[in-house]
Design a protein around this ligand. Structure first.
Ligand code: IMP
Length: 198
Protein backbone atom coordinates (compact mmCIF):
# COMPACT_ATOMS: atom_id res chain seq x y z
CA UNK A 1 0.00 0.00 0.00
CA UNK A 2 1.56 3.27 -1.10
CA UNK A 3 -1.21 5.82 -0.87
CA UNK A 4 -4.31 6.22 1.31
CA UNK A 5 -6.95 8.92 1.00
CA UNK A 6 -8.24 10.16 4.35
CA UNK A 7 -11.95 10.85 3.96
CA UNK A 8 -12.07 14.08 5.91
CA UNK A 9 -11.83 17.82 5.37
CA UNK A 10 -10.94 18.33 9.05
CA UNK A 11 -7.25 19.29 9.30
CA UNK A 12 -6.93 18.21 12.96
CA UNK A 13 -8.27 14.75 12.19
CA UNK A 14 -6.09 14.50 9.06
CA UNK A 15 -2.99 15.28 11.16
CA UNK A 16 -3.83 12.44 13.61
CA UNK A 17 -4.22 9.97 10.72
CA UNK A 18 -1.02 11.13 9.00
CA UNK A 19 0.99 10.70 12.19
CA UNK A 20 0.08 6.99 12.22
CA UNK A 21 0.23 6.26 8.48
CA UNK A 22 3.26 8.16 7.19
CA UNK A 23 5.89 6.22 9.20
CA UNK A 24 4.83 3.22 7.05
CA UNK A 25 5.93 5.09 3.93
CA UNK A 26 2.28 5.62 3.03
CA UNK A 27 1.54 8.96 1.42
CA UNK A 28 -1.78 10.49 2.37
CA UNK A 29 -4.17 12.96 0.85
CA UNK A 30 -7.42 14.31 2.22
CA UNK A 31 -10.67 15.35 0.59
CA UNK A 32 -9.26 18.89 0.51
CA UNK A 33 -6.88 17.64 -2.21
CA UNK A 34 -9.85 16.62 -4.37
CA UNK A 35 -11.96 19.72 -4.87
CA UNK A 36 -14.75 19.24 -7.34
CA UNK A 37 -17.28 16.55 -7.86
CA UNK A 38 -16.65 14.30 -4.84
CA UNK A 39 -19.83 12.37 -3.87
CA UNK A 40 -21.61 14.01 -0.94
CA UNK A 41 -21.98 10.94 1.32
CA UNK A 42 -25.13 10.97 3.45
CA UNK A 43 -24.61 9.43 6.89
CA UNK A 44 -27.85 7.45 6.87
CA UNK A 45 -26.58 4.48 8.91
CA UNK A 46 -27.89 3.61 12.36
CA UNK A 47 -24.42 2.68 13.70
CA UNK A 48 -20.95 4.22 13.59
CA UNK A 49 -19.80 1.20 11.59
CA UNK A 50 -22.47 1.66 8.90
CA UNK A 51 -21.66 5.36 8.55
CA UNK A 52 -17.90 4.79 8.40
CA UNK A 53 -18.51 2.10 5.75
CA UNK A 54 -20.71 4.42 3.67
CA UNK A 55 -18.05 7.14 3.64
CA UNK A 56 -15.05 4.89 2.96
CA UNK A 57 -16.67 2.68 0.30
CA UNK A 58 -18.41 5.43 -1.67
CA UNK A 59 -15.28 7.55 -1.89
CA UNK A 60 -13.03 4.54 -2.64
CA UNK A 61 -15.45 3.57 -5.41
CA UNK A 62 -15.42 7.05 -6.83
CA UNK A 63 -11.63 7.58 -6.70
CA UNK A 64 -10.69 3.91 -7.28
CA UNK A 65 -8.12 4.30 -4.49
CA UNK A 66 -7.75 3.01 -0.89
CA UNK A 67 -9.72 5.24 1.49
CA UNK A 68 -9.89 5.41 5.28
CA UNK A 69 -12.91 7.05 6.91
CA UNK A 70 -14.04 7.45 10.49
CA UNK A 71 -17.32 7.98 12.25
CA UNK A 72 -17.44 8.94 15.86
CA UNK A 73 -19.61 10.28 18.63
CA UNK A 74 -20.59 10.18 22.28
CA UNK A 75 -22.62 7.36 23.87
CA UNK A 76 -24.15 8.17 27.28
CA UNK A 77 -25.37 5.20 29.35
CA UNK A 78 -28.16 7.13 31.11
CA UNK A 79 -29.50 8.17 27.65
CA UNK A 80 -29.39 4.60 26.32
CA UNK A 81 -26.39 5.33 24.09
CA UNK A 82 -27.60 8.70 22.80
CA UNK A 83 -26.57 11.01 21.21
CA UNK A 84 -24.62 8.21 19.44
CA UNK A 85 -24.76 8.53 15.67
CA UNK A 86 -26.77 11.73 16.15
CA UNK A 87 -23.90 13.39 18.08
CA UNK A 88 -23.25 16.13 15.51
CA UNK A 89 -26.91 17.06 15.09
CA UNK A 90 -28.32 16.23 18.55
CA UNK A 91 -29.79 19.71 19.06
CA UNK A 92 -30.68 20.09 15.36
CA UNK A 93 -28.91 21.18 12.20
CA UNK A 94 -26.54 22.84 11.48
CA UNK A 95 -24.18 21.39 14.13
CA UNK A 96 -23.99 23.61 17.19
CA UNK A 97 -21.64 22.32 19.92
CA UNK A 98 -22.95 24.72 22.56
CA UNK A 99 -26.58 23.71 22.02
CA UNK A 100 -25.64 20.01 21.91
CA UNK A 101 -23.85 20.32 25.26
CA UNK A 102 -26.76 22.24 26.79
CA UNK A 103 -29.20 19.59 25.61
CA UNK A 104 -27.17 16.80 27.23
CA UNK A 105 -26.75 18.68 30.52
CA UNK A 106 -30.49 19.40 30.63
CA UNK A 107 -31.38 15.73 30.07
CA UNK A 108 -28.87 14.72 32.75
CA UNK A 109 -30.00 17.28 35.33
CA UNK A 110 -30.08 15.72 38.80
CA UNK A 111 -28.54 12.42 37.64
CA UNK A 112 -25.96 11.25 40.22
CA UNK A 113 -22.27 10.91 39.33
CA UNK A 114 -22.32 7.09 39.22
CA UNK A 115 -25.03 7.16 36.54
CA UNK A 116 -23.24 9.74 34.37
CA UNK A 117 -20.89 7.26 32.65
CA UNK A 118 -20.26 7.71 28.93
CA UNK A 119 -17.74 6.98 26.22
CA UNK A 120 -16.50 8.49 22.99
CA UNK A 121 -16.49 5.86 20.23
CA UNK A 122 -14.66 5.96 16.91
CA UNK A 123 -15.01 3.40 14.12
CA UNK A 124 -12.53 3.44 11.25
CA UNK A 125 -13.40 1.86 7.92
CA UNK A 126 -10.64 1.11 5.43
CA UNK A 127 -11.95 0.44 1.93
CA UNK A 128 -9.88 -0.79 -0.99
CA UNK A 129 -11.73 -1.17 -4.31
CA UNK A 130 -12.52 -4.84 -4.91
CA UNK A 131 -11.60 -5.98 -1.37
CA UNK A 132 -13.64 -6.46 1.82
CA UNK A 133 -13.66 -3.36 4.02
CA UNK A 134 -11.68 -3.51 7.29
CA UNK A 135 -13.14 -1.99 10.50
CA UNK A 136 -11.29 -0.91 13.66
CA UNK A 137 -12.82 0.60 16.79
CA UNK A 138 -11.50 2.79 19.60
CA UNK A 139 -13.11 4.09 22.80
CA UNK A 140 -12.45 6.62 25.50
CA UNK A 141 -14.36 5.99 28.75
CA UNK A 142 -15.42 8.79 31.08
CA UNK A 143 -18.35 10.63 32.57
CA UNK A 144 -20.54 13.69 31.94
CA UNK A 145 -20.03 16.83 34.03
CA UNK A 146 -22.81 19.13 35.30
CA UNK A 147 -21.31 22.29 33.78
CA UNK A 148 -19.40 23.26 30.65
CA UNK A 149 -15.64 23.60 31.29
CA UNK A 150 -12.57 24.23 29.12
CA UNK A 151 -11.91 25.86 25.77
CA UNK A 152 -9.85 23.28 23.84
CA UNK A 153 -11.06 20.57 21.50
CA UNK A 154 -14.55 20.55 20.02
CA UNK A 155 -17.93 18.88 20.28
CA UNK A 156 -18.70 17.37 23.69
CA UNK A 157 -15.15 17.85 25.07
CA UNK A 158 -16.24 20.57 27.60
CA UNK A 159 -18.74 18.23 29.33
CA UNK A 160 -16.71 14.98 29.26
CA UNK A 161 -14.16 13.95 31.91
CA UNK A 162 -11.98 11.08 30.65
CA UNK A 163 -11.43 8.21 33.10
CA UNK A 164 -8.37 8.80 35.29
CA UNK A 165 -8.62 12.59 34.97
CA UNK A 166 -10.37 15.24 36.98
CA UNK A 167 -10.59 17.84 34.23
CA UNK A 168 -12.68 17.81 31.08
CA UNK A 169 -11.31 16.79 27.67
CA UNK A 170 -11.55 20.50 26.74
CA UNK A 171 -9.14 21.36 29.58
CA UNK A 172 -6.49 18.98 28.21
CA UNK A 173 -4.14 20.19 25.51
CA UNK A 174 -4.13 18.65 22.04
CA UNK A 175 -1.16 16.36 22.72
CA UNK A 176 -2.75 15.04 25.94
CA UNK A 177 -6.08 14.43 24.20
CA UNK A 178 -4.37 12.70 21.29
CA UNK A 179 -2.91 9.99 23.51
CA UNK A 180 -6.23 9.00 25.13
CA UNK A 181 -8.84 9.75 22.51
CA UNK A 182 -11.18 7.25 20.87
CA UNK A 183 -9.69 8.20 17.50
CA UNK A 184 -6.17 7.52 18.76
CA UNK A 185 -7.18 4.07 20.06
CA UNK A 186 -8.91 3.23 16.76
CA UNK A 187 -5.83 4.38 14.84
CA UNK A 188 -3.60 2.24 17.06
CA UNK A 189 -5.78 -0.79 16.26
CA UNK A 190 -5.44 0.06 12.56
CA UNK A 191 -1.69 0.40 13.01
CA UNK A 192 -1.56 -3.10 14.55
CA UNK A 193 -3.44 -4.41 11.52
CA UNK A 194 -1.06 -2.58 9.17
CA UNK A 195 1.91 -4.14 10.97
CA UNK A 196 0.55 -7.60 10.18
CA UNK A 197 0.22 -6.73 6.46
CA UNK A 198 3.92 -5.89 6.01
P1 IMP B 1 -17.40 12.94 13.48
O1 IMP B 1 -17.93 11.62 13.10
O2 IMP B 1 -15.96 12.89 13.86
O3 IMP B 1 -17.73 14.02 12.53
O4 IMP B 1 -18.09 13.35 14.86
C1 IMP B 1 -19.49 13.47 15.01
C2 IMP B 1 -19.79 14.24 16.27
O5 IMP B 1 -19.37 13.49 17.43
C3 IMP B 1 -19.05 15.58 16.38
O6 IMP B 1 -19.77 16.62 15.76
C4 IMP B 1 -18.99 15.77 17.90
O7 IMP B 1 -20.20 16.31 18.37
C5 IMP B 1 -18.84 14.35 18.42
N1 IMP B 1 -17.41 14.01 18.60
C6 IMP B 1 -16.67 13.15 17.88
N2 IMP B 1 -15.38 13.11 18.32
C7 IMP B 1 -15.33 13.98 19.36
C8 IMP B 1 -14.26 14.40 20.22
O8 IMP B 1 -13.10 13.99 20.12
N3 IMP B 1 -14.62 15.29 21.15
C9 IMP B 1 -15.86 15.79 21.30
N4 IMP B 1 -16.88 15.46 20.52
C10 IMP B 1 -16.61 14.55 19.54
Amino acid sequence: MKEIIIATKNKGKAAEFKQILEPYGITTQTLLDFPGDMPDVEETGSTFTENARLKAEQIADFLQKPVIADDSGLAIDYLAGRPGVYSARYAGEPTNDLLNNEKVLKKMAGVPREERTARFICVLAFAVPGKPTIFKEGMCEGWITTTVKGANGFGYDPIFVPEGNNVTMAELNEAEKNTISHRYHALLAFQEWLNKQQ
